[in-house]
Write a protein that binds this ligand. Structure first.
Ligand SMILES: Cc1cc2nc3c(=O)[nH]c(=O)nc-3n(C[C@H](O)[C@H](O)[C@H](O)COP(=O)(O)OP(=O)(O)OC[C@H]3O[C@@H](n4cnc5c(N)ncnc54)[C@H](O)[C@@H]3O)c2cc1C
Length: 443
């Protein structure tokens, strides 16, 4: 039977990225992918990444004319529920065709020495002395086995390997519930006139390009719970911003995790990453490069462990510590605050904030250069909103509770235990905090 240092399940953005990073370090890497090269990455057409991220993660750099390149833009507006007030942020952003781009990422990984097998679907783990020693997978030629020091689950939100682990193996094996996911409806639309790229927080909806033609936009809407919820929210947005005045080119649907990640991302001879680990950004559900933040850490820690002939939980633990100190802590803060805020704030209250430049303005959310004087100005606005009954005390106290929970969670994640033995006590506190945060609902 073949023996590898690393076997990765899933050859999309997370799997292909990690395969390249680890193969470049000289490890023997195999990726199994249930789809074929022709269908890999066809789950959706367009996704976005910033030019900064392309450079930071040394992703394939594509430009106009390359098959994977779709468009570029720099301005993203934020609009009030009535669409009357808005401000914008700037970031050089590239729209990419997922299928073509993943093919490029696979090519780079193959050039680094990683092997890919398509039409190969994870079936079960092989355990030896209670530890993972490899996997069995289905192919059209029947069941095959492969041995590895480490198995990495990059299988997307289905998390086929993480969920197959027995209770008590050291990693949470939960399945995403309906309210753990954003159901995303993407309507590719042609308008008679130029439209600007916009995000509407109250409707969790946005206009984003799908070509360089400014009359063509994807109308995206996300909602927890179901696609029906997303459709209802999309209709609410249409009624205010476009009255249905566009030609629908096509529709895409997909889900993206909106849930805290498992407390540990590692177990003995096992790592989970990407959507399988719910590493998506809490403010927008994007997950391609947020997964890479974790995978870069994982590549460093795994290399050090394997060079010592180890891949046990303790040797991999620093992945948790280092990830949670950075992105894990920041995402917990944003997730907690947004969950509390969105659950309470009304459209009228948001409108009042936009109209009066309270928090929803370019200084706070645009260039992030709000001064103490700006903060005081926003506070004054909130207080006069309470007096004038444009903002309810209930919302202000929920927002304050959100801020306080968000800060507590951030600190808790920064202090993630360095010793795996301390995880249960740390998790008990985290559980209590997340319970207070609650979950989003569309009611
Ligand atoms: C509509 C929509 C729009 C989005 N837009 C953006 C965006 O603009 N920017 C952004 O950064 N993110 C975006 N996201 C999120 C982003 O798509 C995901 O976070 C990212 O693609 C996750 O990558 P992944 O490799 O972890 O998982 P996936 O892309 O889900 O890949 C998992 C791979 O594992 C394979 N697999 C599954 N089961 C098995 C098995 N049993 N055996 C072997 N292989 C298996 C699958 O076939 C697949 O190839 C969007 C999501 C949605 C739904």
């Amino acid at each position: 039977m073949d023996k590898y240092d690393i076997v990765i399940i899933g050859a999309a953005t997370s799997g292909a990225y990690f395969a390249r990073k680890t193969a470049k370090r000289g490890f023997k890497v195999k990726v199994i992918e249930k789809l074929s090269p022709e269908t890999l990455g066809t789950r959706m057409d367009i996704f976005h990444v910033t030019r900064t991220d392309i450079n930071t993660f040394e992703m394939p750099d594509v430009h106009e004319g390359d098959p994977a390149w779709a468009f570029e833009f720099t301005e993203n507006h934020f609009s009030s529920p009535s669409n009357k007030y808005n401000f914008f942020m700037k970031a050089e952003t590239v729209g990419l065709h997922m299928h073509e781009y993943v093919a490029l990422m696979v090519k780079y990984a193959q050039e680094a020495g990683a092997e890919f097998e398509y039409g190969a679907a994870f079936k079960e783990f092989i355990f030896e002395n209670g530890h993972i020693a490899g996997i069995r997978y289905e192919t059209q030629d029947g069941l095959k086995e492969v041995r590895a020091d480490v198995v990495v689950d990059c299988s997307g939100s289905g998390a086929v390997a993480r969920r197959a682990l027995p209770n008590g193996y050291g990693i949470e094996n939960f399945t995403l519930a309906d309210d753990d996911m954003f159901y995303v409806l993407l309507r590719y639309a042609k308008f008679d006139e130029k439209q600007i790229n916009t995000f509407w927080l109250h409707a969790k909806s946005w206009y984003a390009p799908f070509s360089m033609n400014e009359n063509e936009k994807i109308i995206g809407t996300g909602a927890v719970g179901s696609f029906n919820n997303a459709e209802r929210t999309a209709a609410k947005l249409d009624a205010v911003v476009n009255q249905g005045n566009f030609e629908l080119v096509r529709t895409e649907k997909g889900t993206t995790p909106f849930r805290r990640p498992p407390y540990s991302l590692v177990a003995d001879n096992f790592i989970v990453a990407g959507d399988a680990a719910c590493l998506t950004k809490p403010d927008c559900g994007e997950g391609v490069t947020s997964s890479m933040v974790m995978l870069d850490i994982a590549a460093d820690v795994l290399e050090a462990a394997l060079r010592q002939g180890r891949a046990d939980k303790k040797a991999l633990w620093d992945i948790n510590v280092r990830y949670n100190k950075k992105q894990g802590a920041d995402f917990s803060l944003v997730r907690a605050f947004l969950t509390k805020l969105i659950a309470t704030v009304s459209d009228d209250e948001l409108e009042y904030c936009f109209a009066n430049g309270i928090i929803f303005n370019e200084k706070f959310l645009g260039d992030m250069k709000a001064s103490p004087a700006d903060a005081l100005q926003s506070l004054k606005g909130i207080l006069s909103g309470i007096t004038g009954k444009q903002v309810s005390l209930k919302t202000v106290s929920a927002a304050l509770a959100g801020v306080s929970l968000a800060l507590m969670l951030r600190t808790h994640y920064i202090n993630f235990p360095k010793d795996p033995v301390k995880l249960p006590a740390w998790s008990a506190v985290a559980d209590r905090l997340w319970k207070k945060v609650g979950k989003l609902s569309e009611d």
